[in-house]
Design a protein around this ligand. Structure first.
Ligand SMILES: CC(C)(COP(=O)(O)OP(=O)(O)OC[C@H]1O[C@@H](n2cnc3c(N)ncnc32)[C@H](O)[C@@H]1OP(=O)(O)O)[C@@H](O)C(=O)NCCC(=O)NCCS
Length: 175
């Protein structure tokens, strides 16, 4: 792990837990991805098929909030923590790429994006990946800043990469 990997979660008190998505998470992942990306969503079929696809890994981020005393007094069932962020990455051998990453608007700026990015790096490193790539919309300062903070540096530009004509910045980091 590098300084960048631990920084996001630790600096924000690490209120998040991250875990691999399972088949049972497919509906929640589809809803989450659609809520985050709106008209730029991959679509439910593509999101669903990412879970278990060869070389593709899906990581979910959930709140660590534990049930408080009032929950015990009321004896009501405690809702399982629901996913509030996700990252999907794909291994290409010694290289890998972040395919998509998102956090629900209501919980942004609380360290989950950084925690997910670090979790993907950790998992990729453990799988033998040496270098991670990603593309980011040149007009997305939040994502750009997240990735810079995570140790990614610009390596190229793809003009008109996105369907709406926006340019993509290629970024990469060694693991
Ligand atoms: C980009 C995104 C994933 C960030 O998630 P997040 O949980 O809010 O990020 P974090 O709280 O972990 O922030 C980590 C760092 O990223 C940067 N950052 C995050 N949001 C930012 C914003 N709105 N403006 C500027 N910098 C921002 C900051 O450097 C931040 O560190 P700091 O809070 O100590 O200043 C989230 O805004 C999002 O889901 N956006 C919509 C989907 C998207 O654009 N995905 C990425 C492209 S695939």
């Amino acid at each position: 792990m590098t300084a960048q990997d631990g920084a996001g979660a630790a600096a924000h008190g690490a209120p998040w837990r991250v875990r691999p998505a399972m088949a049972a998470d497919a509906d929640a992942l589809c809803a989450l991805e659609a809520a985050v990306f709106g008209t730029r969503s991959w679509g439910a079929d593509s999101v669903r098929s990412s879970i278990g696809a060869p070389g593709v890994r899906v990581i979910l981020g959930e709140s660590r909030a534990a049930p408080g005393p009032e929950t015990r007094v009321r004896e009501t069932p405690v809702e399982a923590p629901s996913a509030q962020g996700f990252v999907i990455w794909r291994s290409l051998g010694v290289e890998a790429e972040i395919l998509t990453l998102g956090v629900l608007a209501a919980v942004r700026r609380a360290g989950l994006g950084a925690a997910l990015l670090a979790a993907a790096a950790d998992a990729a490193r453990a799988a033998g990946v040496r270098r991670m790539f990603l593309e980011v919309d040149a007009g997305n300062p939040a994502a750009f800043s997240l990735y810079r903070r995570g140790g990614y540096v610009e390596t190229g530009l793809r003009k008109g990469y996105y369907r709406d004509g926006a340019d993509a910045v290629i970024m990469a980091r060694d693991l």
